[in-house]
Design a protein around this ligand. Sequence first.
Ligand code: GLV
Ligand code: MN
Ligand code: MN
Length: 414
Amino acid sequence: MRAPVEAGALRINSERLWGSLMEMAKIGATPKGGVKRLTLTDLDRQSRDLFVSWCKAAGLSVTVDGVGNIFARRRGRNEAAPPVVSGSHLDTQPSGGRFDGCYGVMAALEVVRTLDDHGIETDAPFEIAMWTNEEGSRFLPVMGASGAFAGVHSVDEIREARDVDGVSFGDALDAIGYAGAAPVGGRPLAAYFEAHIEQGPLLENTGNTVGVVTGALGQRWFEVTVTGMDAHAGPTPMHLRRDALLGASFLIQEVNRLGKLTEHSRGTVGMIASRPNSRNVVPGETVFSVDFRDTDVSGLDRMEQGLRAAAGNIAAEHGLGIDMRQTVFFPPCEFDRTCVAAVRAGAERLGYPHMDIVSGAGHDAVYIARVAPAAMIFVPCEGGISHNEIENATPEDLAAGCNVLLQAVLARAG
Ligand code: GLV
Ligand code: MN
Ligand code: MN
């Protein structure tokens, strides 16, 4: 018989965690050291296959739901009890890094492997969750499949979303063979923990190793369509033009201005398409995204009102049509106090310098928090840089976050 290990003395295997991350980062690796693994592409399938093979090797039972979320379950002493769940996502941005999302999934797997190393049984079952399309860069809405699990979106709504080439989420999911039979959501979870890199500079700047995440900013996204008229770039006098791209440029300035109104507000235009996109044609139509974030819904409302007012003025002045369609909205989220306390207690127990932090990024945990007690654990990333191929984190910090995750999971799973 193995000697029992006291929970506070348990540590994950840092080299193994780093090894899993680096192995996964080979799938979709980019020349600049990042990862491009857009959701529901063949590269996504490859990362899922590898993850599932590791889960099966660890003796976990794997199920896939109707929007492609994967759950890998480690049995508990009490199989009737709701599971404690931990995970994140394996999809990336087009110019993504090695850790955004992947870290949370690999950290949960490392928790399983560590429990196995020590022959530790938990009362409640433990499940690793891999959520589909967290990034929202190929299909809207962002965090769509965890949103479906939480009942925020219907399965049909998710399956019908289309990418810029007109391919539907449903067809792409079927094509990679990950449309599973399990129902989407509708089952109780005892708790949900998600480990993630911070994606901002606070931990690094303050010398903290662990971010105890108390909540996340609210978000409201729009797709804005500016309609003018195609015209010849030479014979058409300046005062007769209805230039959609010019109108969009004024609105983009406005998004930036609104995003700077308070310390906690953010305004970003990250995606733009102009038609016909020809050098000597005055553009007749421009479509772009707007991403507003704030700690308060009133802040989101203020930015929306500001943008609508500017759109009205710009439309009138330049003879344009401007349509703003909301594509994403969720209010600021506050994580469950007891789960947050379990994360903080884990960091304290292990002696890691830590601070409370509010996430500027959206995460699957934001939606899962609607149906289960949830919290997150952040670790520093170099220069606070993320959604960038140069995204980086140290093996030590990643291990620290994973050790805190292990403590939090044990505290909840018994
Ligand atoms: C998710 O990556 C987000 O946009 O916050
Ligand atoms: Mn992420
Ligand atoms: Mn991301």
